[in-house]
Design a protein around this ligand. Structure first.
Ligand code: NAP
Ligand code: 1JT
Length: 259
């Protein structure tokens, strides 16, 4: 029995920069279950990497489209292309975030007005903008997922403005879920545990973060890209049709602990 019903469904994946990207983990599982995958990327470097990865794994993307989420015109053009390519979309994976690296190094109180606006625009407003763009294409209902982090609700050393952006992202998930529910479109966030990706690369204390999780989390280990991808597939699929506006933790249980 096909419990997922993702075969031949059209899913847009945003945020593959390299093989370590959480979005790439999701894309691999989408290919495995027979979905049509459309990618968006920002940097040319990400496009080059993506093309090499697709070749290496022998996957064929339905489309690869440039989309800078800081730019309304770019979002409009990108989703126009999506419409031309497939007409109907069933799923969207929003796996995009950015902040000025200096804002993750210094104390939060030193965040500039521009740095604050930039992080929230890129990492939270972008979900609102792409949800609005994809709504008219989700004519058969659909599922939108985004990637959050525990720093949305706890003060985690060094996460700073990204924590505030993730709080806005998680709240946006709930408001979007309410708006889009009447169209049969679900909106959820996956709060992933720490994973060593390109985004984590510039974080000097990342090893300490991973070690602390290993000591403290109920599962006594860190989670993998594949584990986050598997839950993403569940949230995109028919397995989760009763779930919307939810923040689902894939973190080995770390978030339940007091310390
Ligand atoms: P990643 O591989 O660096 O992915 C981040 C992606 O964001 C990149 O593909 C990047 O594209 C894209 N991006 C940034 N600014 C953009 C813009 N203006 N327009 C379009 N795309 C843009 O890192 P990742 O860890 O997989 O991050 C994916 C998501 O997971 C993020 O939301 C992150 O906060 C979340 N998350 C990560 C962790 C972790 O520990 N790694 C934990 C919890 C949640 P370009 O490189 O082409 O600019
Ligand atoms: C960004 C960066 C978003 C790093 C990110 C992120 N979401 C998760 N991470 C990894 C991370 C980073 C810190 C952390 C825990 C996890 C960097 C570029 C901007 C976007 O500290 C507790 C700092």
């Amino acid at each position: 029995m096909d419990l997922l019903q993702l075969k031949d469904k059209n899913v847009v994946v945003m945020g593959v920069a390299n093989e370590r990207s959480i979005a790439w983990g999701v894309a691999k599982q989408l290919f495995a279950v027979g979905a049509n995958v459309l990618f968006t990327y920002r940097k040319e470097r990400s496009l080059t990497k993506l093309e090499k990865m697709l070749e290496k794994y022998d996957y064929t993307a339905k489309a690869i489209i440039q989309c800078d989420v800081n730019d309304d015109a770019s979002i409009e053009e990108a989703f126009q292309r999506v419409k031309e390519e497939v007409g109907v979309v069933h799923g969207l994976v929003h796996s995009v975030a950015f902040a000025n690296p200096s804002d993750l190094r210094d104390d939060f109180i030193h965040t500039s007005r521009d740095g604050f606006a930039f992080a929230l625009d890129t990492s939270a407003y972008s979900l609102v903008a792409v949800s609005k763009a994809i709504r008219p294409l989700m004519t058969e209902g659909g599922s939108i997922i985004t990637m959050s982090y525990l720093g949305a609700e706890r003060v985690l050393d060094g996460y700073n403005i990204m924590g505030v952006a993730k709080a806005a992202l998680e709240s946006s998930v709930k408001y979007l879920a309410n708006d889009l529910g009447e169209d049969g479109i679900r909106v959820n966030a996956i709060s992933a545990g720490a994973i060593r990706t390109l985004s984590a690369k510039g974080v000097p204390s990342f090893n300490d973060i991973l070690s602390k999780i290993e000591e403290t989390a109920p599962l006594r280990r860190n989670v993998t890209q594949e584990e986050v991808a598997n839950m993403s597939i569940a949230m995109l699929s028919q397995l989760s049709t009763g779930v919307t506006g939810e923040i689902v933790y894939v973190d080995g249980g770390y978030n339940i602990m007091g310390v």
